[in-house]
Design a protein around this ligand. Sequence first.
Ligand SMILES: [Zn+2]
Length: 563
Amino acid sequence: MPTLPPTSPITVYSARRIVTMNPARPEATHVAVRDGRILGVGSLEELRGWGPHELDDRFAQAVLLPGFVEGHSHLMAGTLWRYAYCGFFDVLDPQGRRWPGAKSVDEVVAVLRAAAGPGVDDTSPITGWGFDPIYFGGGAGVQRLNRHDLDRVSATRPVGVLHASAHILNVNTVALRLAGFLRTGIEHPAFPLGEDGLPTGELKGPEAMLPVLDSLGLSRSFLSGDEFGIRAFARLAVRTGVTTATDLAATLQDAEVETLRRVTGEADYPLRLVPLLRLIGLKPADAVARALALRALSTERLRLGAIKVVADGSIQGFSARLRWPGYYNGAPQGLWYTAPEAMRECYTLALRAGVPVHTHTNGDEATELALDLMAAALAEVPRADHRFTLQHVQLADAAQLRRMKALGLGVNLFANHHFYWGDQHRAVTVGPERAERMNACATALREGVPLAIHSDAPVTPLAPLFTAWCAVNRLTASGHVLGAAERIGVADALRAITLGAAYSLGLDGEVGSIECGKRADFAVLGADPATVAPERLKDVPVWGTVQGGRVFEAAAATAAPLH
Ligand SMILES: [Zn+2]
């Protein structure tokens, strides 16, 4: 018998079924937890061998899975709940309340007016988020919002609406003036112009958006140290079975890191956060040095030390870089968000330093660039098991996925896109043929590319079981199966939201499966996702989570006020 210190008690949880994601022992009925880690998983009889324990039957009717890992999300999914929700689809907030979608520009204006309150002389900003005009256009045209629409909300206060992609911001005339953009002679694709030669109020990409964020009160939403956001995001995680999640493009200044360490270090903080340092605004050499310094500040629930690079924009915002023949509706080519030369330098320096880099590529030209730069960087700095990962990679074809395999790159595909934008991709952005190959989960698995799938919350809601449902069914919002050949099985999808995402973050030795030695991180479910009908996967109820051996009930998080 092994000898254990008497001060460290053992809790054995019983469950209707434990789905471990460990192929050597795929299911069990009991799991023993000690010091926040899994002591063993198996039958009660087997676990008795560890010595005296307390048997906890509260999950006896529940199904336990490894705590879900969201490999591409943003703390903004919490922070944005400070502002008015202007999206098209109904959503649940961190406290579980449902907010209805706005189905037209008039409804968006009405939502913002309601959020504005009665103040007459007030100069405070009125801010919304989640907006996506692509649903209002119909056919091949896309109706754009302009500053005059938002002037209807207020002609005296700054008004801004962040798009669902978070890559585009629409503002009113006051906000444009405050930022110094209400003038003629601006010639840059980030600033569409009206017939009067003045900007329309649509600002594309971080450089154009940055100068107006302050006046809209949005600055802190783009920062990683917003305490409200850190707490609200964790609420969303508990309600969706998530125990580890990324903040995939964080600023991570000293004060923000201090706030992150303090809040995630609280005894009842229910989430392991993995913020990646964004390259924006930093020289590659400084970013790599900063990532190494941050890594040393990591704690059990705050993992630092990787870098995020954004190569291009979004396909539905027409700011992604596409290879020939470009957009289906003839929209002009998108933008490079990071200069290719800076990406090249970042890859080389990061490979040398052992700092993983995650690169956002949406269009297939952006993916091709990332592959070319990675090949060049690896020729200069050969390195095995670098864990560089391509994020979204939506339009990659089979040949590009084979190159990823050859270069040791993993992918984190944007499975939720089929549901939210699949109809638009088919009809407007890339056309029927290329829309079917988007987010090619089946091809990635077949070609042996390490696979994760994600929500990019707040772009789409945080909910890994919904993400798995998307990858399994590939249904669009209108009910069309988009790319039947790229559907994957339930077991593969569940692996992608647990071990697959853990691998992309270099955490697969700690989390992602239920087995001896790993963290006691569980998603506590009301039904078995491995055996429900695949079309019901998204409806499996989530009771809450166990994170590091601590139990968090979603209903309790719903009742308590955010502080
Ligand atoms: Zn993102």
